[in-house]
Design a protein around this ligand. Structure first.
Ligand code: PAF
Length: 321
């Protein structure tokens, strides 16, 4: 079954990425947005494309808010993802597909373990979206800026994936193609998540601590004196998880992405400047937790985690394991 005609897509998490996916998918599927407490909400918003063109979307509430969920796109911050899935757990069945679109690592496996009858997918995206900071009177309609086109890697957390899951992945990929999201299916999504995690570990905390754009970290002594040690730690943690990557490769990826996105204000810097909780526990903090599992200390990841936590509100305790 493709998600295009008979299925309904529920998007939980109405941040920039959630609205970007909800809006762009809505001409090709029935899309409903769920609020933080799991209720379906009517939402009007506009998306400004990288070329400056603006599209407006108006999504209705659903007719039957108790009905089972076919596709659940979880676009919350990593620390809210488990709570978000639990909120709608009464509507999930063995036919439900949960697609996790957040940054960081640690929570995906816990959701798969806690919802064994649903199919759990991960979508790791480099699409860049934000809400423009507007001074003075706020516009009546929420505006999302699609700051940069990226790509989305999708995969299943089931290994090896049964036939029906492969069909679901093909259907999801086809839908993303219709909505012009460049995407690819990965046979090993956990390794794809590790590769993205390494980049986030090497960029996000530095931008938050130094209060600068991604490109500006590359010349800063605080970055230059830590990047080699950090990449040794990241390669060690990744290798223990089964990803054959060297410290040199980690460094190359961090430098490449920071240069390619040089004018971006990273998601972590945006969280810090807006006084929000950051995802540090699921990024460098996750590396520290992985180290602890192997009796290994990663002092640079630990230092970056501590410094970022000093800049943002208290994080809730992260469940271990
Ligand atoms: O979290 C982010 O902001 C992004 O993943 C990245 C790649 C660091 C670009 O800003």
């Amino acid at each position: 079954m493709t998600p295009t005609n008979t299925s309904i897509i529920h998007v939980i998490g109405g941040g920039s990425i959630g609205l970007l996916f909800a809006g762009r998918l809505s001409p090709f599927a029935r899309v409903h947005i769920l609020s933080r407490n799991g209720d379906s909400i009517a939402t009007q918003f506009s998306i400004e494309s990288p070329d400056g063109s603006i599209s407006t979307y108006s999504l209705d509430t659903e007719h039957n808010p108790q009905a089972g969920i076919d596709w659940l796109l979880v676009c919350t911050k990593s620390y809210d993802a488990e709570k978000a899935v639990n909120l709608v757990s009464a509507r999930l069945s063995e036919n439900s597909r949960i697609v996790l679109l957040g940054n960081g690592m640690g929570y995906q496996q816990r959701i798969a373990t806690n919802h064994p009858s649903s199919k759990v997918f991960v979508a790791s995206t480099t699409e860049g979206a934000n809400r423009p900071q507007i001074q003075g009177t706020q516009p009546a309609v929420t505006c999302v800026r699609h700051a940069g086109t990226g790509n989305t890697t999708i995969g299943a957390l089931h290994s090896p994936p049964p036939h029906s899951i492969k069909q679901d992945l093909l259907a999801l990929s086809a839908l993303l193609n219709k909505a012009s999201f460049d995407n690819a299916i990965s046979e090993n999504i956990v390794m794809a998540l590790w590769r993205k995690l390494i980049v986030n570990c090497g960029i996000n905390p530095f931008t938050a601590i130094l209060n600068c754009t991604n490109g500006n970290i590359l010349r800063h002594p605080f970055f230059l004196t830590r990047i080699d040690g950090l990449c040794n730690e990241l390669a060690d943690a990744a290798q223990r998880a089964g990803l054959a990557i060297s410290a040199e490769e980690c460094k190359k990826s961090v430098r490449l992405v920071a240069a390619a996105t040089q004018y971006n204000r990273s998601s972590m810097l945006q969280d810090v400047t807006q006084g929000k909780l950051t995802e540090i526990d699921f990024i460098n903090g996750f590396i520290c937790q992985q180290g602890a599992l192997h009796g290994q200390d990663y002092p640079i990841n630990r230092e970056l985690t501590t410094k970022v936590k000093e800049l943002s509100p208290m994080s809730p305790a992260v469940p271990q394991g």
